[in-house]
Design a protein around this ligand. Structure first.
Ligand code: BGC
Length: 329
């Protein structure tokens, strides 16, 4: 009797899921004014429309900005769940403090797709309905280093501006608590060393992914080390753009600047010859992965085969180098 009941429930459940013709997805962003996140947001909106058109399922997106506050984000997730969202997508403010949001989602049985800011493994392992979409930080950094190695091999003088046999660089780092910052910093430099670029670090600092902070920092460095800096290695495009702003204000040209992200302003700087190169994850694929995973969870369907998950949990978006010098050749 019990077995029959169970069988009936699961069949009815499956039937109910199949019949669902609309889904509601709650999305919380750590900061809506972050350039990269903004680019992903636009793509998410596009992908939701594509999904609706292609599958005939109505998708309602509720996108909220947590404005850098974990408490605000906790409340947003709480609200999504009480409004009946079928799935929530979270770009965590504090990736070390995702447990309250996870508790809430688990209790309500609402799956979560995290993206860009990776919760700690211990949290991710708490439930099999927690997923993460992002990029592999080491891969990003190695590609960034490779841009500089390629240019140096082709034309050492493009980087070693004073011809002393050493490329003197400064490093702009993202938030210290972000999984990408430390790894990007370490592996871009390691790749330069492994690739045979003779380098010397002048200085470095944490500009928290922000253009204005990086610009102020670079301005100070240019004053403290006049005619010395030959290369700026930046953990993202926005800080690279900040360094370029400071160089332009100081009337300095020729200093190489490399970024990461391939954001819209980053690509404009690259096309304008201001940025040597950047590393870009395909943002359409990034957003499509978040959307497809979320929609499958919401509909109770099998996860999309086009986005294979590592350990059943993580989807790593592929990245590519984009360089100004190759395009200009
Ligand atoms: C991006 C940064 C962005 C940060 C936000 C990083 O992966 O490279 O541009 O500010 O994520 O979490």
């Amino acid at each position: 009797m019990a077995a029959v009941c169970m069988a009936l429930t699961s069949c009815q459940g499956a039937q109910a899921e199949e019949e669902k013709s609309s889904i509601r997805i709650g999305i919380s962003l750590y900061r809506g004014d972050d350039t990269f996140i903004n680019n992903i947001r636009s793509q998410l909106e596009e992908k939701a429309k594509d999904y609706e058109r292609e599958r005939g399922i109505k998708v309602t997106l509720d996108i909220q900005d947590a404005k850098g506050s974990q408490n605000v984000q906790n409340d947003q997730v709480e609200r999504f769940i009480s409004l009946g969202c079928d799935v929530v997508c979270i770009n965590p403010v504090d990736r070390m403090d995702a447990s309250q949001m996870i508790d809430r989602a688990m209790t309500a049985g609402v799956p979560v797709v995290f993206f860009n800011r990776q919760p700690v493994e211990e949290d991710m392992n708490r439930w099999d309905k927690l997923y993460y979409v992002g990029v592999d930080a080491k891969e990003t950094a190695v590609l960034q280093g490779q841009i500089v190695v390629d240019l140096y091999r082709r034309d050492p003088g493009a980087l070693d501006l004073n011809g002393d046999g050493v490329v003197s660089y400064v490093m702009l780092e993202g938030e210290s608590s972000h999984q990408d910052s430390l790894i990007r910093t370490e592996w871009s430099v390691q790749t330069l060393k492994d690739g045979g670029v003779p380098i010397e670090k002048i200085t470095g600092g944490i500009a928290n992914w922000e253009r204005s902070q990086a610009s102020a920092m670079m301005e100070q460095w240019l004053l403290a080390w006049p005619d010395t800096i030959e290369l700026v290695v930046s953990n993202n495009d926005d800080m690279a753009l900040g360094a370029i702003d400071a160089l332009e204000r100081a009337g300095i040209s020729g200093v190489g600047v490399v970024g990461i992200d391939g954001t819209i302003p980053g690509m404009e700087a690259l096309e304008g010859g201001k940025l040597l190169g950047t590393v870009s994850a395909n943002k359409e694929v990034y957003a499509a992965a978040v959307m497809e995973l979320a929609a499958s969870c919401a509909l109770g369907q099998e996860l999309p085969g086009a986005y294979p998950l590592t350990e059943g949990t993580y989807y790593w978006v592929l990245q590519e180098m984009i360089t100004a010098f190759e395009e200009n050749q």
